[in-house]
Design a protein around this ligand. Sequence first.
Ligand code: EAX
Length: 335
Amino acid sequence: MKRSLVKLGIAAVLTVIFAATPAFSKARVIKVSTTTQPTHIYNVGLEHFAKLVKEKTNGELEVQIFPAAQLGSERDAVEGLQLGTLEMTLTSTGPLGNFIPEIKLLNLPFLFKDRDEAYKILDGKIGTGIADKFPAIGIRSLGWYENGFRHITNNVRPINSMKDMAGIKIRVMEDSLFISTMKALGASPLPMAFGELYTALEQGTVDAQENPLVNIDASRFYEVQKHLAITGHFYSPAMLLVSEIFYQSLTPAQQKALAEAATLARDFERNLSIEGDKTTEAKLASKGMTVTHPDKAEFVKAVAPVYKAAAKDIGGGDAAKGQKLIDETLAELGR
Ligand code: EAX
């Protein structure tokens, strides 16, 4: 008698809890990992994505953002997607060339002159073709987002021309093309995960780093870096990626909602990047950085050998295959 009353009591309490939080009890959580700070365009863009996903699925899916490398590096995130221990990530192409070699095409220095060129290739046949290779490694792309044009900061000297790059110890993302590019420019590159970078700059493990202006700002690198050179040596795309294991567990309607939200949020996020580039150089100068605008021509000339050597990497060991993709891309850009 007593026992059944207790049971009844527990059941009543549980009913009240679940009735009070109906959406919470039924939403499936999508964890998204990023390595950048909460104010960075990735995370602001993902907040918009989260809102759209909630609306389009009537609360069935709930996107939760984990910024600032809380869940590990970009490489950790990609591995998590493959295992199904993480649902999504928004990442640079930094670690991706180690999984899909053709990604390295996009790591070529000075490949795109401007955003129109970048979007033309990424959203067109070539970018779609590269993205379509991901399901084979257990990952699906929901679109090309933007990290941005990368510029160099350092503590050694203002960079007015290429000779000022000599010997500067610069952190780069973990891919062979970033390393060979910095070597071709005369610097001394050191690959390192982004989450370790602020401390490495502060402690002088490296003198320099390179990133888009909005990321330099969000990461407060102006606190630990004196000089900024506007070089735009890489256009850095970002990819919104989902674990294929997780994706296949969704209903077709949920998959469609996710894809639609991803495309709308991509345009929103690219726009944040465009707007950020208009104001952030002045903001970084006001924070005390000296800003230089070196002539890019000698930089472009110096990295020509990188293109030759990259064909083999881009082709996954097959130089002719890699060269074909480079040639197709340049032809598409009218070069
Ligand atoms: O994806 O590692 C980097 O420098 C990237 O630009 C950053 O993590 C954003």
